[in-house]
Write a protein that binds this ligand. Structure first.
Ligand SMILES: Nc1nc2c(ncn2[C@@H]2O[C@H](COP(=O)(O)OP(=O)(O)OP(=O)(O)O)[C@@H](O)[C@H]2O)c(=O)[nH]1
Length: 231
């Protein structure tokens, strides 16, 4: 396909604001790659930002701020150069209410997170799972449940067996980990990679290659919100 500077990553005319990175990303040397949208959902302070940052940035994010609306993080994984785009959602109702429709639209996988040291975040999980169902997310969309902050064993309030029962009720795989503990880095990777492998055979979004000079265009939140279909 002939290159067109006015096209965004999904190949449709860029009608809205786009942020262009001038950095060259060698992994974009192929003509096309695939992009999957994974949303991370759960109460405020459970560690959604830190988990997604650990996977995409490889580090523990010190002093994260509350997410307002959504933050995007990306990582290209070693499965045929697939690209995972993480939507780190806001846990606080006031910061998420205008975005909820956009969280669930065309989602490829969902990560439900709770904090193992805070019972209320575990008790909220059925509400998060039901919200997801209310937004017509197809039953075929892979979902997982993640208990975060396992480094805080002394203050754990939810036993693995209790968490496993809830996970079984909803037919969700359960993972317990810590975004903070460096020794859990590979485990956090494995959790997201589990989803990546499941997604491999799913229908992808198409990502058009941009010229080497501009290399990469990120959809802004505004643009994504206004494009009716990203598939
Ligand atoms: N001990 C410990 N603290 C963590 C861990 N992950 C996150 N935290 C801390 O938990 C707090 C909240 O982390 P965030 O990642 O901002 O939580 P969030 O779920 O994204 O919060 P919202 O953006 O408000 O929805 C911060 O003080 C983090 O440092 C973890 O694995 N262990």
């Amino acid at each position: 396909m002939a290159h067109n500077d006015n096209r965004n990553v999904y190949g449709s005319p860029a009608r809205y604001h786009t942020r262009v990175s001038t950095q060259l990303h060698p992994e974009y040397d192929c003509l096309q790659t695939r992009i999957f949208k994974i949303i991370v959902i759960g109460d405020s302070n459970v560690g959604k930002t830190c988990l997604s940052y650990r996977f995409c940035g490889g580090k523990f994010l010190q002093n994260p701020e509350a997410t307002i609306g959504v933050d995007f993080r990306e990582r290209t994984v070693e499965i045929d150069g697939e690209k995972i785009k993480i939507w780190d959602t806001a846990g606080q109702e006031r910061f998420r209410k205008s975005m909820v429709e956009h969280y669930y639209r065309n989602v490829h996988a969902v990560v439900f997170v709770y904090d193992i040291t805070k019972l209320s975040t575990f008790e909220s999980l059925p509400d998060w799972i039901e919200e997801c169902a209310r937004h017509s997310v197809s039953p075929s969309v892979p979902r997982i449940m993640v208990g975060n902050k396992c480094d805080l064993t002394d203050t754990c309030q939810i036993s693995t067996s209790c968490a496993q029962r809830l996970a079984d009720n909803y037919h969700l795989p359960l993972f317990e980990t810590s975004a903070k503990d460096p020794s859990e880095k590979e485990h956090v990777d494995a959790i997201f990679m589990t989803l990546a492998y499941k997604l491999k055979n799913h229908k992808p979004l198409r990502l058009k290659q941009l010229p080497r000079e501009s290399s990469m265009v990120h959809l802004s939140q505004e643009e994504d919100a206004q494009n009716p279909c990203l598939c």
